[in-house]
Structures are given as C-alpha cells and as structure tokens.
Design a protein around this ligand. Sequence first.
Ligand code: B12
Length: 210
Amino acid sequence: MDFEEYTDHLLAGEDEECLAAARTVAGDLEGLHHLYVDLIQPAQYRVGELWEAGKISVAAEHLATATNSYVASICYAPLARETTGGPRALIVCTPEEMHELGPRLLADLLECDGWDVDFYGTSMPVRDLVGAIRERKPRFVGLSAALVMHLGSVKRTITAIRDALGVETPPIIVGGNAYRGDGDLWKQVGADFYAADASAAVEMLRALKE
Ligand code: B12
C-alpha cells in the first residue's frame, strides 16, 4: 500500500486497515524504518497540507495522528530491544513545541539500533533539560522542532546548554519539519548535526556510538 492509500484509510477513520497495512511491511527492522519514514511520515505531511488548505477538520487531523501513534506502538513493540547498558541518547522537543510523534519515532528507531534512549517528549523547561543532560550524561542530545517560528527557541535552548555545560556539552543534533526546504537552517541555530528523517539520523549517529 502506498502512503496515499494509507492516508485515505487514516482519514476514513479505518484504523484496522492502517494497522493491517503496517503489519505487512513492518515484519523486521528494515520494514519498521519503511513504515515510519515512507508511510507514516508522508501520510502525516499530507494530513498537514489538507488541514492547512481547509479540506479536513482539526478532528480528522487528531484522529490520523492518534491512529499513527497507535499503529507505530503496536508495530514497534515486537522489535523493541533491551538496551540497558547501551550508549545513552537524549531526545526532546524544544520547549514550546507540541509535535511529539516525529521525535517519538526517532526514539523508537534509535532504541532498535542499540541506543538507551531517554525520550522527554514535549514541554521540557530548559533549566530541567540542562539538569537532565548533566545527570544522565547522554552521548548526544536530539532537539526536535516542527514549527519554523520555534527555531528561535531551538537556538536559545542550544545556547543555554552550551553556556551551562561548556566543554562537557555533548554533540547536539537537530531535526523536524521546521528545517524542511532549507538545507542550512540547522547551522543557524548552532547545532552540530542535522538529519532529515529518522532513518538518516540513525545512520549518522552510529559514528557517535564507538
Ligand atoms: C499532527 C500535527 C499537529 C498536532 C501534533 C500532535 C502530536 N502528538 O505530535 C497538534 C494538533 C498539536 C498540532 C499543533 C499545531 N500545529 Co501542527 N501539524 C501536525 C502535522 C499534521 C503532523 C506532524 C507529524 O506528526 N509529522 C510526522 C512526523 C513523523 O514527521 P516529523 O515531525 O517531520 O518527524 C520526522 C523527521 O522530521 C525527523 N525528526 C523529527 N524530530 C527530529 C529530531 C531530531 C534530532 C532528528 C535528527 C530528526 C527528527 O524524524 C521523524 C521521522 O522521520 C504537521 C504537518 C507536517 N508537515 O509535519 C502539522 C504542522 C507541523 N503544524 C503546523 C501548525 C501551524 C500548527 C499550529 C501552530 C496550529 C495552530 N494554529 O494551533 C499548532 C502549534 C502547536 C505547537 N505549539 O507546537 C504547521 C507548521 C508550519 C510551519 N512550517 O511552521 C504544519 C507543517 C501544518 C501545515 N502544513 O501548515 N499540529
């Protein structure tokens, strides 16, 4: 099933059809990457375009997002790995950011790649984020932003982390919808790395595992 057909099922509220389609592709780890990056992500982007154009309601968007969350969690569960003792990763949304699904999918794929991921979701105050980095000592910090207007918040957050931790600051990677369409924006926020999707991020971050 391509992402357009998948999106039609999402918007029709047909969660069982979505789950069945997802199960046919996500039988192994490669399939889970395919489900997340080639079905769920473009389907969510299409939902965003339709919402922006006034063609679907906020309710339809909420149902699609909740369905994709449900589908991802069911398909991820049998492939989840016991990663205690693996290198630690910290993934979080920039403070004002409410778009949680993308970084959640990234956290899942990193866990499957052997990282021990601390996923903090949304609404994390900067001071507490700095405290968590100090305490948990992640090998890297991943900061997610979906809204272009949140790039200032990303920049302030990265500055605050660097000011507080100095040379102890772990590498900082950014990603999310906010960077789409402008290859250089990530440099302007002061990050060390950027990846366009979760699969590319997993690949890139392997270099930090050794
Ligand atoms: C669902 C949704 C919501 C939900 C989110 C619920 C949730 N639990 O996540 C809710 C209802 C909260 C919401 C609210 C809003 N939204 Co909204 N939303 C979306 C929508 C349709 C889908 C988001 C999503 O799930 N994407 C799918 C995931 C898988 O993709 P992703 O986030 O890009 O993540 C992938 C990669 O980018 C990467 N990645 C993500 N994070 C990171 C981090 C790192 C470190 C790395 C390396 C990689 C990485 O990995 C993921 C997998 O490959 C998008 C459309 C879109 N284009 O994304 C609009 C969208 C992001 N929203 C938009 C807007 C305008 C809003 C609101 C301002 C609307 C309003 N007026 O209230 C608010 C703002 C809320 C806030 N303060 O953040 C706009 C943003 C426009 C812009 N360019 O700035 C979009 C693009 C819709 C549109 N087409 O206009 N939204």
